[in-house]
Design a protein around this ligand. Structure first.
Ligand SMILES: [Zn+2]
Length: 60
């Protein structure tokens, strides 16, 4: 689960709509499209998620 960096809408990576199904970089671009606002963002690497998980405790 990630959050839209624009509106904060929670997005499931597995069911998320990929932003660029028609772009020439098909297969390379792994953008995720927010179903709420349509904002496209790159998929977060797992190591970054871990970092955020650790930070969450500190921030409450
Ligand atoms: Zn959004």
């Amino acid at each position: 689960m990630i959050k839209c960096s624009f509106c904060g809408f929670p997005i499931e990576e597995e069911t998320a709509q990929r932003g660029c199904s028609g772009c020439p970089f098909k297969g390379n671009c792994r953008n995720i499209k927010c179903p709420n606002c349509g904002f496209e963002m790159p998929e977060e690497p797992k190591w970054l998620k871990k970092l955020k998980g650790w930070g969450r405790k500190a921030n409450g």
